[in-house]
Design a protein around this ligand. Structure first.
Ligand code: 5CA
Length: 430
């Protein structure tokens, strides 16, 4: 993509309304614009990040055997009256009335809708288990939307739902999902720690929140430093993995257990703050019973399925990644989710050899690179590339170009390499 022809409206000044780094940097790097309180438009570069994250989430859900579908954003109040949550949900729910005076709402989550959908066609124990997910916009009328996309009112969520015949099956689904989450976060390039959590609005008796460590996080977190050391994912075995994850102490302030904390050796105790990027719940028959969803069991009796729900804050992740990975100059994107893997900085637009090398690089790196082909000072190009946080910068100036050399800069470490065009390409491609 050519920067001269792109809508990436970077800002030099720090926007006054932004209190924390990720919000400031998302505005300054031209990723999003606020359209109303807690409601954002995703501009082209921001949309690329959101899409890359959603695709990783999708691939790992698919790999775990979860079926993708798409439910609407607008739901009927009737559905929520069935579970009793229509009144219980309170002011966070955006309620809408249509022209026929029918009561609708903008979905804050989908337990009721998925239960109604599965209830409609699953009648026998033979049709279970089922695991389904979608990636869809949600709306919660938060009292205090803040920190940009971290606490928005409209936000993108991956929400999955499991239906099993018994508790044992539901716990298998829960463990599978925890493994899928850890794989997802690892692929994105961040560390997210699963912590015992409260079940809140969703209800139930087993829940974990996944927290990215960052000083600006909304929750206090306590965890055993062993978590960082152990590569629990390497086991590949769901039970062994779950065992390892849940025996290492990690809890948010809401569930912090002082007696257990004292059992963690002092030199391994870590306290900090975390941003919740996902939460999983096992809540049993809460919705299947209240919404009268039963299947016929092997002996002809009615069985209410055991359910769980599993969320990832896809749009919140964009902000959380930036909170965890930035410096004074700007964003430092992990390779897998950067809007562009590389930027080409042409330091002498109009110099025939420099232009030719840049055009050649641009053609060969194609869509995943941003070519800064503007008539701008080198200093500005450097500053904006650092701000936007491309993992690689390929810097092409007339002196090097004359010898077929370019400079390659790694954003995360600041390392610089003088390389031939071919070697630079090979390094960027990894
Ligand atoms: N139905 C369940 C799981 S599918 C559920 O709604 N869980 S949740 O309330 O914990 O939300 C799932 C994830 O969405 C959270 O972990 C968080 O990452 C994200 N999220 C929740 N509220 C917001 C918000 N206001 N802005 C941005 N992301 C949010």
């Amino acid at each position: 993509m050519r920067l001269s022809q792109s809508l990436i409206p970077t800002l030099k000044e720090t926007p006054a309304e932004a209190q924390i780094a990720s919000h400031r940097l998302m505005l300054r790097a031209g990723l999003v614009r606020q359209m109303a309180s807690g409601i954002y438009a995703w501009l082209p570069a921001g949309h690329r990040v959101l899409t890359k994250i959603a695709n990783i989430v999708r691939e790992e859900q698919d790999a775990a055997g979860v079926q993708e579908m798409l439910m609407p954003t607008i739901q009927s109040a009737e559905l929520w009256r069935e579970s009793g949550r229509y009144d219980a949900y309170g002011k966070e729910m955006l309620r809408i009335t249509d022209r026929h005076e029918r009561e609708l709402l903008f979905g804050p989550t989908n337990e009721e809708m998925i239960t109604a959908i599965v209830r409609d066609s699953v009648k026998s124990y033979r049709d279970l288990p089922q695991m389904l997910y979608h990636i869809q916009w949600k709306f919660r009328d938060e009292v205090r939307p803040r920190f940009g996309v971290l606490r928005g009112r409209e936000f993108l969520m991956k929400d999955a739902y499991s239906f099993d015949l018994d508790r044992e099956g539901a716990v298998v689904a829960y463990k599978k999902m925890m493994l899928a989450y850890m794989r997802t976060f690892q692929r994105i390039g961040i560390t997210a720690i699963p912590m015992r959590a409260d079940t809140g609005q969703i209800g139930g008796d087993l829940s974990h929140e996944f927290h990215v460590l960052a000083p600006t996080g909304e929750s206090g977190v306590f965890y055993d430093a062993d978590f960082e050391a152990g590569d629990a994912l390497a086991t590949g075995d769901v039970d062994a993995f779950y065992e390892q994850m849940t025996t290492i102490y990690a809890a948010t302030d809401e569930k912090h257990d002082v007696a257990a904390w004292e059992k963690v050796p002092e030199n391994r105790r870590r306290e900090g703050r975390g941003i919740e990027v996902g939460q999983i719940f096992y809540f049993g028959k809460k919705y299947s019973e209240t919404m009268n969803f039963g299947v016929v069991g092997p002996d002809g009796t009615k069985i209410f399925p055991e359910m769980g729900s599993y969320g990832i804050g896809v749009s919140r992740l964009v902000g959380a990644i930036i909170e965890a990975s930035h410096d004074e100059a700007g964003i430092i994107w992990p390779d897998a989710v950067a809007p562009f893997r590389a930027a080409i900085l042409n330091l002498r637009q109009g110099d025939a050899v420099t232009d030719k090398i840049c055009e050649d690089l641009h053609a060969r790196l194609s869509a995943d690179c941003l070519y800064d082909d503007r008539e701008e000072r080198a200093g500005q190009k450097f500053a904006e590339a650092d701000l936007m946080g491309h993992p690689w910068q390929i810097i092409v100036g007339p002196r090097g170009a004359a010898n077929g050399q370019v400079e390659l800069k790694r954003r995360a470490t600041g390392e610089r390499f003088e390389l031939s065009v071919e070697d630079a390409l090979a390094k960027v491609r990894g």
